[in-house]
Write a protein that binds this ligand. Sequence first.
Ligand SMILES: [Zn+2]
Length: 96
Amino acid sequence: MPRRNKDRKEKKEDRGFDVNRLMGIEKSESWNDGDWIVRRVTGSAATKPYRCPGCDQEIRTATPHTVAYITGQLEDRRHWHTPCWNTNRKKFKRED
Ligand SMILES: [Zn+2]
């Protein structure tokens, strides 16, 4: 059965990656409204639905999306559709 092969392949690819692969890569970005931690969440790590603050629509389970928060304010993090986050950032200026 094809499914069996697929499972084995995924397991092999997972080896040596762990948290970063599951949770996505975290980056810090400086903007004129603050320093943000921006994390790209993979579909496999998106195990709960969230409300996107950009469009006020649900981010469905298993949808790759973006988590962002101001540095040091992890508890205020929000989950965004990646296009909504990108649109939101157009209102601000990147400071590098
Ligand atoms: Zn959205």
